[in-house]
Design a binder for this molecule. Sequence first.
Ligand code: GDP
Length: 389
Amino acid sequence: MQEIPIVLIGHKDHGKSTFIGRLLLDTKSIKESRVKEVKEVDKSDGRKFELAHLLDSFKEERDREMTMDTTRAFLKGKERNYQLIDVPGHGELIANMLTGAAGAEVALLLVDIKEGIREQTRQHLEVAHLLGIEQLGVVINKMDKVGYKKEAFDKIKEKLKAALNDIGYLSEKIHFFPVSAWKGDNVFKKSENMNWYQGPTVMEFLEKEVKESKSLESSPLLFNCQDNYDGLLIGKVESGVLKVGQGVIVLPQNKQGVVEAIKDSEADFKEARAGQNVGIRVVGKNLESVSLSRGTAVVAYQSPLKVDQVLVGEIFWLEKPSQKKLILECGTAKTAGFLQEVGLVRQGKKSSYKVLLEKPTVFDPTGNTIFGKIVLKDKGKIIGVGNVL
Ligand code: GDP
């Protein structure tokens, strides 16, 4: 069964954890007994029961219940399942979105109706847009706090539409949901408090409107090398299918070769599919496989991936760079480089960039694979996340 990754974004305290707790509860993705347990703990600690505590309890006791790990909660749908990715809300942790949201094609933005658009609301949207997340749902939360009034919803919706258009989203195509995550209105159950809203609940939106991600297997071949043992390349088939005997191109060296063997520690295989971690041996006339390393990509003859020493794109600045010399990470490659040109660099904003690298690196101008995203590091610290155009 397909599992669709969905990243939750939004300013701190606007209700992300509560919303996930509500969805898990209403879809019965967690056991009733579990909820009772958490309620009892809250009671004995003398604190109010919070749906967000359900999530915390899973984080603490991952081994007992495999419903979620530190950042992903697993949600059961009718036809398909979902992974809800909870990204930390703090501005300085936005970099986690790169790893957290890398696989996500759908984002749900939580906005507190009383607080409206805050700094992190805008920043998360900017990053989601840079990372190519096109499918977006805007959850206007805490409607119970404004008496479930349509006027309050319409007002904030207009402001959000303007902000979305500004960032580059087509606000006309985006769904807005009036929700109370705490009470459960329009999350899974249709609200009886907002008859003025005729649209789908958030769950209906996920089930009916969200498009399934492209099949990674039918995408062009990409093997991403993470290590090399005596010429055996260890890594992951990110997309496509790799077969013994297949002719391939090794990047960034741009050399032709043939796949001689595919194996793991226990067996040899004839082929490996998207998602599989394997070791592969590639042989070729001009190919010195022992010299290949992390950052090497093995692709089919016709691949959208490119190799260059100059990269340009857009970048979201977590911090201003302190110097021109930086480390650029793209896919599994880490390459030193110099910032050539940047637009106006402001913390918490995006700008264009141009980097001259010390050696050629592999990148994906389509943005469909992990080679389409970059991280810039300054003295070991992530200062920017962006794309490559
Ligand atoms: P997060 O930081 O975005 O994960 O936010 P939380 O889920 O931790 O919620 C922050 C606070 O808002 C908590 O005290 C929640 O109980 C409260 N909250 C969340 N959703 C609602 C809602 O729909 N209505 C009301 N009244 N409070 C809510």
